[in-house]
Design a protein around this ligand. Structure first.
Ligand code: NAD
Length: 338
């Protein structure tokens, strides 16, 4: 079976998910939507995606710009088995998807309560089998879960504190700039801690966030009290056997997010996307039973593999999470971990 996948909102996340879905043997993209005739709309057409207007009101804009659309979202819903919603938070499409009887995946801007199921490939692939609706949590949340979950399984943890140094805007996003400030998020915990708990309810985690004037990558500093004594080598060994984690070394010149993204460019993937969570080997330290580490998250990319696995689970194209992760990662050029 091939799943027919639609993308509503061909923006930062939507266009990446569209390319990733197209790279799968068991899925096809039946169409993508845009609200306005932007360069991204033209790119979608030139890449061979069928373009749909998000609503009837948007059709004239595309006509005026000489961009052909295949219809509206309503028409697209009739073509697809499942839709990936990459629209801005709160766009409010759930009723329309329900009416069309289509499965749907939302992104991290939405609250857990919208679907009642927040997804991570490693943690709860099985819970998503056949599901009608789910949410892939945010880039930061996905990043924290990727490194914390395998440690929780291997050693057990209590009292985690993650401080997130967050990019202020995506690289293309001049609406939020210019920016020259450091902005603490004054809510404690930041929304990331409860968001991690939407997938891992028993994890004792607090999060603090600070926005900084950079556009590429978030950096997390994580402190965790371990339930038993661990060594740095044991921790690294767990991550080496965990998919979608990339260990880097300061000694090899990866000193900051700038070199991480240079490494990503050297990987020569589309858009220089780094789907993996990056952990600095020398930054991993253990003192008494406390573990300390730094990790970096390419905010535009890390949730993409999770969206692909979520489609596979919801459409029951694959029942074994390891097999789904293997297929997704092979198609995206992510090195295998098992
Ligand atoms: P974006 O602004 O880059 O893209 C949104 C897309 O939706 C655009 O193509 C826009 O034209 C379209 N759109 C806007 N209003 C629409 C409407 N009413 N109907 C249909 N389409 C509409 O946004 P994004 O960054 O891709 O964010 C989408 C979701 O992904 C949000 O929930 C966000 O929180 C989440 N997310 C974003 C990032 C990130 O770093 N950008 C990372 C992880 C998750």
């Amino acid at each position: 079976m091939t799943a027919k996948v639609a993308i509503n909102g061909y923006g930062t996340i939507g266009k990446r998910v569209a390319d990733a879905v197209r790279a799968q043997e068991d899925m096809e993209v039946v169409g993508v939507t845009k609200t306005r005739p932007t360069f991204e709309a033209r790119m979608a057409v030139s890449k061979g995606f069928d373009l749909y207007a998000a609503s009837k009101d948007n059709v004239a804009g595309f006509k005026g710009a000489g961009i052909e659309v295949s219809g509206t979202l309503e028409d697209l819903l009739g073509e697809a088995d499942i839709i990936v919603d990459g629209t801005p938070k709160g766009s409010g499409y759930r009723a329309q998807y329900e009416e069309a009887g289509i499965k749907a995946i939302w992104q991290g801007g939405e609250k857990h309560e919208l679907t009642g199921l927040s997804f991570n490939s490693q943690v709860n692939f099985e819970a998503a089998l056949g599901a009608a609706y789910l949410r892939v949590p945010s880039c930061n949340t996905t990043g924290l879960i990727r490194t914390l979950y395998p440690l929780q399984v291997a050693f057990g943890m209590k009292e985690i504190l993650a401080v997130m140094v967050r990019r202020a805007a995506d690289p293309w996003d001049t609406r939020r700039g210019p920016i020259n400030a450091i902005e603490p998020v004054l809510t404690m915990p930041s929304h990331h801690g409860p968001d991690v708990q939407s997938v891992l309810p028993d994890l004792d985690i607090q999060t603090i966030a600070v926005k900084v004037p950079t556009t590429i990558m978030h950096l997390h500093t994580v402190t965790a009290r371990m339930k038993r004594e661990v060594t740095v080598e044991e921790v690294l060994d767990v991550w080496r056997r965990t998919p979608r984690i990339r260990l880097v070394k300061g000694a090899e010149g990866v000193k900051s997010t700038a070199q991480v993204m240079e490494l990503a460019r050297d990987l020569a993937r589309p858009r220089s996307d780094l789907f993996e969570i990056v952990v600095w080997e020398e930054g991993v330290n253990v003192k008494d039973r406390s573990l300390y580490y730094f990790q970096a998250v390419h905010q535009e990319a890390d949730v993409v593999p999770e969206n692909v696995d979520a489609i596979r689970a919801m459409m029951t194209l694959e029942e074994d999470k390891r097999e789904s992760i293997r297929k997704t990662d092979l198609s995206l050029g992510i090195p295998p971990a098992f």
